[in-house]
Design a protein around this ligand. Structure first.
Ligand code: HEC
Ligand code: HEC
Length: 451
């Protein structure tokens, strides 16, 4: 046994003895920022702003990577406030489209104003709110939401919360502040912003990573190759900023990549009315904002309209007509020596997707370890929640690797980690020790993915 483990074992034993009397870990006094974050967390998950019962967490739940999809929606009880349009007569019409919500995870938004609810709306997927610290800034100001103008006013993360309350929290379609909901106060907006900025990655990756898997490694090469995959032009380091040849660093920019021109979009196949989404500004210029890709593989469906279910399909989109005929595809063709936009074969599409799966799992492992480590430092009552979240991240890691037929040995260690995380939740005295063992299995899994 190494010395560090000895110390922790000693603490576990001590705790086990003292456990009968509570064995509380004394937390250090929280500084101002962590107090603000804690307040923001409480608001995000519990505050209804005197509205229809929804909270931010209704659509951005922590247990589902801060987003919702049809599989998650299907687990919710009928009286969940997500479904207000199904049980609140005042919100029955022109507030949501329950069928499209349940089948495709789409939410109704009136981005171009509330003056013609029947005709002026778009149907959009819910983006996760992870890694926001890396994905909002652009020289033209903050870009939030799928089109970068999801927030009223200055478009900042702070304003976004106000916009979300007016759009999603109202009790009636009159949307009168003080009657149908109350607006967040300045202090509440600060707290919500601090909490959201604390979620997920705090910095971008530095690619290339020294990946071990043959196919993901090739995928990374194609991703980074500005003459082949060209992905890194708009998703620098698999993040949300662009570095366009000849135009330099553009921050979290907007592009028209032709997603709206895809044929056979699932929501439209239903025959339900899904007006075209014109993107940035009102009237829109057809552009959408670059989302980060590290978090992509476990937060599908993909694109602003949830048009594509799988990560392979989302990569394959770039080989198609909709992209290559789009303004962004044409701009790439213009600077290509052979005049091509993006042209990828089946093996190359799968390789890029394998790369995106692996960087997603590396991020999940990072988060799992962080949660497990924090769980070891808190009281047993706080521990359960953290362990449950670590377990969900582990489930995602397993699902994402298995979905691409990748890294079977890493999956075996992740399964073991998952088993230990369960044991840690159930164990009265040895929770910390099982968490430590789970961390070890997470690290073993990681060692199969990257040097
Ligand atoms: C009914 C579901 C729903 C609720 C409730 C909701 N959101 Fe969202 N959220 C969405 C959708 C849909 C989008 C995409 C909006 C767009 O493209 O303009 C979004 C986008 C966001 C974004 C942009 C993320 C990015 O990457 O740019 C942030 C931030 C956000 N929401 C925060 C919040 C906050 C804070 C609250 C609570 C005050 C909240 N949301 C409540 C559905 C919801
Ligand atoms: C010209 C800029 C540009 C290039 C090049 C580009 N993307 Fe994108 N990407 C975007 C924009 C903008 C969006 C959002 C589009 C939308 O939702 O309408 C996006 C969305 C995505 C999404 C969906 C993410 C989500 O959370 O829904 C994936 C996956 C993706 N891109 C992967 C890639 C890959 C892989 C490549 C290279 C083959 C690539 N992108 C090249 C701009 C670009």
């Amino acid at each position: 046994m190494r010395p560090r483990e000895l110390v922790s074992t000693a603490r576990v034993v001590l705790c086990a003895v003292v456990a009968l009397s509570g064995c509380k870990t004394v937390s250090p006094p929280a500084d101002r920022l962590s107090q603000l974050i804690a307040k923001g967390r409480d608001l995000f998950f519990n505050e209804t702003f005197a509205g229809n019962g929804r909270t931010c967490g209704t659509c951005h739940p922590a247990e589902n990577n801060f987003t919702i999809d049809p599989a998650f929606i299907a687990t919710l009880p009928k009286d969940n406030p997500l479904f207000v349009a199904e049980f609140n007569p005042d919100l029955k019409e022109n507030f949501e489209n329950p069928a499209l919500m349940r089948e495709f995870g789409l939410i109704l938004e009136n981005l171009d104003g509330f003056d013609d609810l029947k005709n002026k709306f778009v149907m959009r997927g819910v983006p996760h709110t992870l890694g926001l610290r890396t994905s909002v800034q652009s020289p033209g100001g903050p870009r939030t939401g799928w089109s970068g103008d999801g927030a009223p006013g200055d478009g900042s993360l702070r304003s976004f919360a106000t916009g979300a309350v007016i759009q999603h929290f109202t009790k009636t379609l009159n949307r009168i502040p003080g009657v149908d909901f109350r607006l967040p106060t300045g202090e509440e907006l600060d707290a919500l912003e601090a909490f959201q900025l604390s979620l997920g990655r705090q910095q971008d990756l530095a690619l290339p990573l020294r990946l071990k898997g043959t196919v993901p490694k090739r995928g990374q090469e194609i991703f980074l190759d500005n003459k082949l995959g060209k992905c890194n032009i708009c998703h620098v380091n698999a993040g949300a900023t662009a570095n366009f040849p000849g135009r330099g660093s553009l921050g979290n920019a907007n592009f028209n990549t032709g997603v709206e021109d895809l044929p056979d979009q699932p929501a439209r196949l239903t025959g339900k009315r899904v007006p075209p989404d014109d993107g940035f500004r009102s009237p829109g210029d057809g552009t959408f904002n670059i989302p980060p890709l590290v978090e992509a593989a476990d937060t599908g469906p993909f694109f602003h309209n949830n048009a594509i279910e799988t990560i392979e399909g989302a990569v394959g989109f770039y080989d198609g007509e909709a992209f290559n005929n789009s303004p962004a595809g044409q701009a790439l063709a213009k600077i290509d020596p052979k005049g091509k936009g993006i042209e990828l074969d089946g093996t190359q599409i799968v390789a890029i997707a394998a790369f995106l799966r692996v960087i997603n799992v590396l991020e999940n492992i990072r988060q799992s370890i962080e949660l497990l480590e924090t769980s070891r430092a808190v009281s047993s009552t706080e521990r359960a929640g953290l362990l449950a979240r670590a377990a969900r991240e582990t489930d995602d890691s397993i699902r994402v690797l298995r979905g691409g037929g990748l890294h079977a040995e890493a999956v075996a260690h992740l399964r073991e980690a998952r088993r230990l995380e369960d044991k840690a939740v159930r164990s009265l005295f040895f929770g910390r020790r099982y968490a430590q063992e789970a961390i070890r299995e997470q690290k073993k899994a990681r060692a199969f993915l990257v040097e």
